[in-house]
Design a protein around this ligand. Structure first.
Ligand code: ATP
Ligand code: MG
Length: 408
């Protein structure tokens, strides 16, 4: 052993027998175009919308929809980066700003994020402070920043449905028309996993925000397998047993073809093997990793939901625990929800809105909804059931301080 090795703290591990480059499995990693599977058509459509940027002109705004893990963020980021490179060859300055609206959910914070990212104080002669300016002043600086520092800015608003209000969309999309900016252009890519997001926009925005739309469908098992094959080099050679990638792809394809889940399972399987000191990743690691990945993702989805949605889920959880069946009609859930809302002094939503939220949760795979017939000519109704065990759902919901008051 060398001196350096002798000095090492025995509490930690220094060898990486499983992973060669775990970063390749990070959600923020953007694989090269040759590693992106089954999205040629989608990339082309994003490219068509952004194409004018290469010549310094205004891109077409774009909304990208699709379920979780269908490559919405990846295709948007990947094509935007390629636009920047291509434009630079002709001396056009294109900048991209990625805004996670789950974190930057107010008008001021979105504007500030964009201005800070693009600002070059040597050109503008000012800085954009982290706090302290009124929203209007942040806008004023942003317009100056854009005209001085760039020709075109591509603004990716990821999880755009999390924005508190859509005024920022209207102002950004109208900046040129209203002469706020004169020598630069703005292109917006809004990304969402809410199918009905455009319907939620206010009329003012709906009428002013001309855009194209793109839908990313789920992947099939073969595509997922190929996506994982392209990340095989995240692992040391020979570490993955033959069945690991096909099994991971099959498991992720089962509910809906979610590449995020496939990659997360593979990474968690590798981590489990590392922790156990095993020298190979096997099917057993994959099965265990699937459980963990689903629990994590589920918790993340629920944590991010608004309180009203959590209350509705809580009502469904309560019904599930107190009945022998597991499927309940919208009406039944609505009644249980209303009682709960009253107990907590929360203003209850209408039955219609509750129905919409249940539909969203179905789309996010938190619950599963089905339409059923009442019998000949008597119309249809929907039933809903939890996709996870009730006690698990309850535990996650109770992490919200408002819901923890309910007790048993
Ligand atoms: N076609 C693809 N080829 C290769 N990797 C992919 C592909 N699609 C997605 N991935 C990978 O899967 C993961 C999830 O993709 P991405 O973040 O783009 O999904 P998303 O649609 O934005 O999901 P969410 O709605 O949950 O944010 C990322 O690690 C991404 O690199
Ligand atoms: Mg995304």
């Amino acid at each position: 052993m060398t001196d350096e090795e002798l000095d090492r703290d025995p509490l930690f591990r220094y060898e990486q027998p499983i992973f060669a480059d775990e970063d390749l499995l990070k959600i923020t990693h953007i694989p090269g175009p040759e590693r992106i599977v089954g999205r040629d058509q989608h990339m082309q459509e994003v490219a068509d919308a952004l194409n004018p940027a290469i010549f310094g002109q205004e891109p077409t705004h774009l909304f990208v929809f699709g379920k979780t893990g269908t490559g919405k963020t990846l295709t948007s980021r990947s094509v935007s980066e390629r636009v920047v490179t291509e434009a630079a060859r002709g001396d056009t300055r294109v900048s991209t700003v990625f805004v996670d609206c789950g974190e930057q959910n107010t008008e001021a914070s979105v504007i500030k994020t964009i201005a800070r990212r693009i600002n070059d104080p040597n050109r503008t002669g000012f800085t954009v402070p982290e706090r302290g300016l009124a929203t209007g002043d942040y806008y004023t600086r942003l317009w100056k920043v854009l005209d001085s520092c760039t020709d075109v800015v591509i603004i990716i608003l990821d999880e755009i449905d999390m924005l508190q209000d859509d005024e920022v969309l209207r102002k950004l999309s109208r900046a040129g028309e209203n002469r706020r900016i004169s020598s630069s252009n703005i292109g917006i890519i809004g990304i969402s996993n809410k199918i009905d997001f455009p319907e939620q926009l206010t009329e003012r925005v709906k009428s002013s925000f001309a855009h194209d739309e793109l839908v990313c469908p789920p992947y099939d098992a073969n595509q997922l397998r190929e996506i994982l094959e392209h990340r095989r080099d995240a692992f040391q050679e020979g570490v993955l047993t033959d069945d690991v990638i096909p099994l991971t792809a099959a498991l992720a394809a089962q509910e809906h073809g979610d590449a995020r889940k496939a990659i997360d399972i593979l990474r968690n399987a590798g981590r489990l093997a590392t922790r156990n000191g095993d020298d190979q990743v096997t099917a057993e690691h994959v099965h265990a990793a699937k459980e963990k990945t689903e629990a994590d993702r589920f918790a993340e989805l629920i944590d991010g939901a608004p309180t009203q949605a959590k209350l509705i889920l809580y009502a469904l959880t309560h019904l599930t625990e107190s009945h022998s069946e597991s499927e309940f009609s919208t009406k039944k859930i609505f009644k249980a929800y209303r009682t709960l809302a009253e107990t907590l002094d929360v203003k209850p939503l209408s039955e219609r809105r509750v129905q919409e939220i249940l539909k969203e949760q179905d789309f996010l795979n938190v619950i599963q909804s089905e339409r059923r017939g009442r019998g000949r000519g008597r119309g249809m109704y929907a039933t809903h059931r939890l996709l996870e065990d009730a006690p698990i759902v309850k535990r996650v919901l109770q992490r919200d301080s408002r819901l923890s008051e309910i007790g048993e």
